[in-house]
Design a protein around this ligand. Structure first.
Ligand SMILES: [Zn+2]
Length: 222
């Protein structure tokens, strides 16, 4: 059923795009859904002059209203290539340094600028809050681990620590909102690395390793 005037703005197109992106904006990774007006169908090559591609799957991306508006009529062919999230691994062009997305080359620079991927009123704020929440969880888990290492080796304490790490790692899994930022922050965090080492020494790491692999798959480290 159509949800708007445009031929591409319908659920039969939006839903597969969202399924492919794990319900995330292809550019900024924020959560979006097909039922929200905030989700828009982005044309990587704009409708003008590429009218032959308005319904081509390879040209359609799920995007939030903010990113779609920022990109506007930018034409990657005429104006300079940017990252197409559907077929380009961003690690080649971008990396995170603290809260800031930085570029390795012209494609990365144009992508950040065109889609406003360091917007102070939105993405900086979101990253800051996510980082603070992750830091808090890591510190709480470090405190539990210290108690465990000091002698409270009860099964309950052990499970509490493993569950906490499981939850922290899942928040940075490839399918989660803002996964690239969270994975990059987490995997280089000194508290995380200390916890990982201690869990490994205690034989408690094995069941968490696949979650770390998921985070690593989207990490944008220098
Ligand atoms: Zn977005």
């Amino acid at each position: 059923m159509s949800t708007g005037k445009s031929v591409w703005n319908r659920n039969s197109i939006k839903k597969p795009l969202l399924a492919y992106s794990n319900n995330k904006c292809a550019y900024c990774e924020q959560n979006i859904s097909s039922t929200s007006n905030y989700m828009e169908v982005e044309h990587f090559l704009p409708k003008k002059p590429h009218s032959n591609l308005v319904l081509s799957w390879t040209n359609l991306l799920p995007a939030c209203k903010r990113c779609n508006t920022s990109k506007g009529r930018y034409d990657p062919i005429a104006d300079g290539m940017i990252i197409n999230p559907a077929d380009t691994y961003p690690q080649k062009h971008l990396y995170f340094s603290n809260l800031t997305l930085r570029y390795r080359d012209d494609i990365g620079e144009r992508t950040i600028r065109t889609c406003n991927l360091n917007s102070t009123d939105r993405l900086f704020l979101v990253r800051s809050e996510l980082h603070a929440a992750m830091h808090h969880s890591l510190e709480r888990t470090r405190s539990d681990m210290k108690t465990y290492l000091a002698g409270d080796t009860s099964f309950e304490k052990e499970q509490q620590i493993v569950r906490s790490m499981d939850s922290i790692l899942k928040s940075a899994g490839h399918e989660r909102p803002y996964a690239a930022f969270l994975a990059t922050s987490l995997l280089s965090d000194p508290t995380y690395l200390w916890l990982r080492g201690e869990l490994e020494k205690c034989g408690l790491w094995n069941n968490l390793d696949h979650l770390e692999q998921s985070a690593k798959s989207v990490e944008l480290a220098l």
